[in-house]
Design a protein. Structure first.
Length: 296
């Protein structure tokens, strides 16, 4: 091994990260070329060649000092403990996030155990629009955005590579606001967005009866920050049925009075086909204020 490569390998190991990016390697190479660090490394030139970090990464993969992952430009450090599957998936795809019953469980909103680990991912149309504005949301690894195809080929490669069984990925046209779980590389829908997802897909959240229980039992207890975020996200949503379902739960089940919520009543449609539970048939019991079939 050359002195220069040995230097970079030691620096990468010293970072104590389970994953590194090509940008991290480049930063270490730039540091190596400084006059105070380059003594005895037999470096040519005052600055590294542009392709040198990539060449160095390939050499490190060949020597076993780095492993490739399913995402271009992101490498696993073999000396570190392997990450749980949900963290590897979150790092490999900038659009995917833990959602539905799995998110409810991680936020302590349910004691039900999902049979599969549940992720959501924006559908192809949404991803194409997000790519234009996608920003770096993973400063933990100095990661830069890497363009992915809008289909699931990259995710399938991840699942195969890490032998990830019992994983369910659901496409959605209503992607959630997301955050990173503290101390993990796991992207997850925020608490407020998790409450909203329960109304979009109650079938993936334990059923609408369970959703109502969770809203009644936990929403107030999460404090004003979560409640205000929830109301603002619904207010800014283009979905009228979301406003009607949430308005019914917030006013009639949880007894929250807010001017924004009251304005949502204009989206109630008399004689329409709206149901509280989208997966169940109509019931003759209705909310007169929200013009909603209470079919739970």
């Amino acid at each position: 091994m050359s002195k220069a490569r040995e230097y970079i390998v030691e620096k990468i190991k010293a970072l104590r990260l389970p994953l590194v990016t090509i940008e991290v390697i480049k930063e270490e190479v730039d540091q190596m070329y400084l006059s105070e660090n380059r003594k005895g490394l037999y470096l040519r030139g005052k600055v590294p060649p542009k392709a040198y970090p990539t060449k160095l990464a390939k050499q490190m993969i060949h020597s076993g000092d780095l492993d490739v992952t399913a995402r271009q430009g992101v490498f696993r450090v073999p000396s570190r403990e392997p990450l749980p599957t949900q963290q590897m998936i979150s790092l490999a795809d900038p659009y995917i996030y833990v959602a539905y019953l799995s998110a409810m469980q991680r936020w302590g909103l349910t004691n039900r155990q999902p049979q599969v680990f549940m992720f959501a991912r924006p559908n192809k149309t949404i991803i194409k629009s997000l790519k234009k504005d996608k920003t770096n949301d993973l400063n933990l690894l100095s990661e830069h955005i890497i363009e992915l195809s809008s289909d699931h080929r990259s995710i399938k490669n991840i699942l195969k590579r890490y032998e990830a069984n019992n994983i369910q990925i659901t496409e959605t046209k209503y992607p959630s606001k997301t955050t990173w779980l503290g101390g993990e590389y796991t992207r997850i829908s925020t608490q407020a967005s998790t409450f909203i997802d329960m109304l979009y897909r109650p079938d993936l959240c334990g059923g609408m009866a369970h959703v109502i229980e969770v809203w009644q039992e936990h929403l107030r207890g999460r404090g004003p920050i979560v409640l205000n975020e929830l109301i603002n996200l619904i207010e800014n949503s283009s979905s009228q049925i979301l406003k009607v379902r949430a308005g019914y739960l917030l006013t009639e089940k949880i007894k929250i009075n807010d001017p924004k919520i009251q304005k949502w009543k204009k989206f109630a449609a008399r004689g329409g086909s709206r149901k509280l539970d989208p997966d169940k048939p109509y019931a003759n019991k209705f909310s007169e204020e929200w013009m909603l079939s209470l079919n739970v």
